[in-house]
Design a protein around this ligand. Structure first.
Ligand code: 4AD
Ligand code: MG
Length: 440
């Protein structure tokens, strides 16, 4: 008999006769030998077929991505011979479950690492089988697990806010509109307002929920749908929130690196990765302008930065890459930030806001303290021309027991781009959505 195992447990089964099943990831057929690298999603193993097994017609006709069951003993390879995990399965039996096409339709013709990215995206369902993409997806799973673990340790409660909403959070220009039984509704841009309503009943809360942005711009770091990790905390001050954010990021990364699956994958994908250490550098918006001007990096109009200018993606990344460590960029001007942000008590031109910037990506997190005074909030919403009635439930938070509070959102795909050293967030989403792309 053979012991049925998953490939993640190869090391515990050395010298055992096992049955493994999966997809043919690599294939080398030689005279008298056939080498199959088998993949089952949990790992890889090299199987070697010899003698009659290797000579069989069915072996000669094997193709990449065919599914097979292979039985045999797992042997440790001598030093110098390399195969995944330093082991080899000496096959004594195999059976084809599903033969994949060869010739024109062969897998390798459909998915070529060097192919035009848009063709690869059409074949995303096949491309996901590649080593790099599947590694990023494993890290992604580990990241979400680690985030939940940190929130759990900190006593936060997870909630699931709705995706279909009738309010906006981050400006009307990026709203996806939908028809909701004849009423206008939107896909949520951020669950923030809903999280705020949870504070009085659940205390500190978080959610991991899709957010949707009809971003007109094609950039490396914008998706139309992304996985948004958001949190809201009550009765705290701005500095407490900054300390919390850097702890969340640092601990999450630590757990992902310690994880036996994702740790080695990050080493592989991003050998030079430097885990962040606390405290992160704090930098005020106004000092960032000085830095940019001193380093000759112009604003959007090609001029020197002045107070009130947005620090756009390119400039932000130049600065972050040059500084080369995590930055908490704080105290943005009122006019370039969202309506709900609390003004600083020592300077009402700026807000208690923060963006976390990471080398190679730039902004991975945006957050702020919230305006908690009822009248001040309503005035800000009116200035923004928001339909106050639609927000009655949000405004009620300032009526029925208001309190200082704040929160933030992290872009899962941006954290992954940073952790896994990917050029674009598109490589960090299972089926990325961006301008012009909604399939498969
Ligand atoms: O900075 P943003 O827009 O902030 C908010 O939505 C707040 N309401 C969050 C809150 O306070 N609860 O988005 C937060 C983060 C960004 O820092 C970025 O990492 C990510 O979400 N993000 C995107 N990621 C991919 N594609 C996009 N189009 C994104 N827009 C924002
Ligand atoms: Mg932002």
């Amino acid at each position: 008999e053979a012991k049925k195992i998953k490939l993640r447990s190869v090391q515990e089964n050395i010298d055992t006769r096992v049955a493994v099943q999966g997809w043919i990831h690599r294939l080398r057929i030689q005279k008298g030998f056939a080498f199959i690298t088998l993949r089952d999603g949990s790992g890889y193993i090299q199987a070697v077929l010899t003698g009659d097994l290797a000579k069989a017609k069915s072996t000669q006709e094997l193709t990449l991505e065919s599914t097979v069951i292979i039985k045999g003993v797992i042997n440790k390879l001598p030093e110098g011979k390399t195969a995944p995990g330093g082991v080899e399965l000496k096959a004594d039996f195999y059976k084809i479950v599903g033969l994949a096409p060869g010739g024109e339709e062969a897998f390798s013709n459909k998915v070529q690492e060097k192919a035009d990215p848009s063709l690869l995206l059409d074949q995303r369902h096949l491309a996901l089988r590649g080593e790099t993409l599947s590694a990023v997806m494993k890290v992604r799973a580990s990241l979400l697990k680690a985030v939940r673990r940190v929130y759990d340790e900190e006593g936060f409660t997870e909630v699931t806010p709705p995706c279909m909403v009738q309010t906006q959070v981050e400006g009307g220009s990026t709203l996806f509109k939908m028809d909701y039984y004849g009423e206008e509704a939107f896909l949520t841009q951020s669950s923030q307002l809903y999280l705020e309503t949870c504070l009085p009943s659940l205390g500190d809360v978080y959610c991991i929920q899709e957010s949707f942005r009809a971003e007109k711009s094609h950039t490396r770091r914008h998706l139309s749908e992304y996985t948004h990790i958001e949190s809201e905390m009550g009765f705290l001050e701005f500095d407490d929130m900054l300390a919390h954010i850097e702890k969340l990021i640092t601990k999450t990364v630590q757990y992902v690196l310690e994880d036996p699956v994702s740790g080695p994958l990050i080493k592989q994908l991003n050998p030079d990765f430097v885990p962040p250490s606390m405290p992160f550098r704090r930098m005020e918006y106004i000092h960032a302008l000085d830095w940019l001007n001193e380093h000759g990096i112009p604003n959007e109009d090609g001029e020197k930065f002045k107070f009130g200018d947005d620090i756009a993606e390119a400039a932000e990344r130049k600065m972050t890459d040059a500084i080369g460590e995590p930055i908490l960029l704080i105290r943005f001007p009122v006019e370039i930030k969202s309506f709900y942000m609390q003004k600083c008590s020592d300077d009402p031109r700026v807000t208690e806001s923060v963006d976390v910037l990471m080398p190679n990506v730039g902004e991975i997190t945006g957050g702020s303290m919230r305006t908690y005074d009822h009248d001040e909030l309503v005035a800000a919403m009116k200035r923004e021309k928001l339909d106050i009635d639609a927000y009655y439930w949000f405004i009620d938070q300032r009526k029925y027991g208001t309190c200082p509070h704040g929160g933030y959102g992290l872009g899962t795909e941006r954290i992954l781009a940073w952790l896994c050293d990917r050029f674009t967030v598109r490589d960090c989403s299972l089926y990325p959505r961006f301008t012009g792309r909604c399939k498969p």
